[in-house]
Design a protein around this ligand. Structure first.
Ligand code: SAH
Length: 352
């Protein structure tokens, strides 16, 4: 590690802020020693808020029907080899009940942009979950919608919304998405969600095609400016039926490095060690925790549809029952001295 990099890490740990140029230098100057120092600071920054608690969120993948055609995504509209499904409201309610019985106090509903889930339908699902389980936080991850729609869903009881910004650079955004999608719209959605009082999650893929250090530096500066409650980052992994099928996957090391950086930018952020991280390395999620992550999102989707929600190749945990996922994660986390907890796990700042 160079002296410059050490100074940047110390400045970040102290002030939670760097310039875009400094973020770029921190990324380009990385080596194993820098990664270890960053992780040490990241774990220390997490300590007063969360210690070694890991918050579990039960993820229900409610539909793989999507009107969008994102170049990286396995369930893009143009992929004719996907067997499409959507879960009916009663099935979703049953999955949520199962999750509740397994101890989850946050339920995440994620899906493609499927017109079936109007505000009435999706709002009804949220209302039913909240009525059945008043102590559960409901997180939505259903893509871009209007301000009015986000408002209606908030009024139905949704607490949080995950909408990765994917990349904070408009030109890079245009290389990952067809022309009908834009960074402007994505950002409008994120601002709307924040204005409506949601706890908001942003994030991006690490190593997505055409991504440069300058792009990642922009992502980090955006994270600093936006101050999200949640931030989902994971490696890009190619899917064999997409235009990016021959692109290389993002790396474990860079993902871990960035997890530590993000922990230092927003010390109380809820930071998942993603399924994609667990897919590129069998101990990826464990290493994610040691780098500063504190959230895990096991799958509660019905076994029958798991393999159909393939955003990328070789996704893990598609053959396990929900209860097995819960037990497996408890064991994995205990093995590294972390403890899976079952409370709602709001961002620490929400309680202040
Ligand atoms: N339709 C919702 C949910 C998208 S899926 C939305 O627009 O927010 C959740 C996330 O999976 C995406 O935001 C994207 O960052 C990630 N993802 C999609 N394809 C991927 C791939 N090939 N490799 C890694 N992550 C991917």
């Amino acid at each position: 590690m160079t002296e410059t990099v050490r100074k940047l890490i110390e400045k970040l740990a102290r002030t939670h802020s760097l310039t875009e140029e400094e973020y770029a230098a921190l990324i380009d100057g990385r080596d194993d020693e820098a990664a270890a120092l960053l992780a040490q600071y990241a774990v220390a920054a997490r300590e007063p808020y969360y210690g070694k608690k890991v918050f579990a969120r039960g993820l229900i993948e409610i539909s793989n029907i999507c009107k969008n055609n994102c170049f990286y995504c396995g369930i893009r509209r143009g992929n004719k080899n996907v067997e499409r499904y959507r879960l009916e409201p009663e099935v979703i309610a049953a999955c949520a009940d199962e999750g509740y019985a397994l101890g989850f106090r946050t339920i995440v509903l994620q899906g493609g942009e499927d017109a079936f889930y109007t505000d009435e339908v999706l709002g009804g699902i949220v209302r039913d979950i909240k009525a059945a389980h008043p102590d559960v936080a409901v997180t939505l991850s259903m893509g871009e919608r209007s301000f009015e729609s986000y408002k209606a869903l908030k009024e139905a009881g949704a607490d949080r919304y995950l909408l990765r910004h994917e990349t904070a650079d408009p030109v890079h955004y245009a290389r990952l998405h067809p022309s009908e999608l834009s960074l402007d719209t994505r950002m409008r959605c994120l601002r709307d969600l924040k204005a409506l009082g949601y706890q908001v999650g942003i994030g991006c893929m690490v190593g997505s095609p055409f991504q440069t250090t300058a792009h990642l530096a922009k992502d980090l500066k955006f994270t600093e400016d936006f101050q999200p409650e949640m931030c989902g980052i994971g490696p890009f992994i190619p899917h064999h039926d997409t235009p990016f099928k021959y692109e290389p996957a993002g790396t474990l090391k860079l993902t871990l490095y960035l997890l530590s950086v993000i922990r230092l930018i927003v010390p109380d952020v809820l930071l998942p060690a993603t399924t994609a991280l667990g897919t590129i390395h069998p101990l990826g999620r464990e290493m994610g925790m040691k780098a500063g992550a504190n959230v895990i999102m096991p799958n509660l989707s019905p076994l029958a549809v798991r393999k159909q929600y393939m955003l990328y190749d070789n996704k893990i945990c598609t053959g396990d029952e929900s209860a097995q996922c819960r037990a497996c994660l408890d064991n994995r986390m205990a093995a590294i001295g972390y403890e899976v907890v079952v409370d709602r796990g709001d961002a620490a700042r929400a309680a202040r």
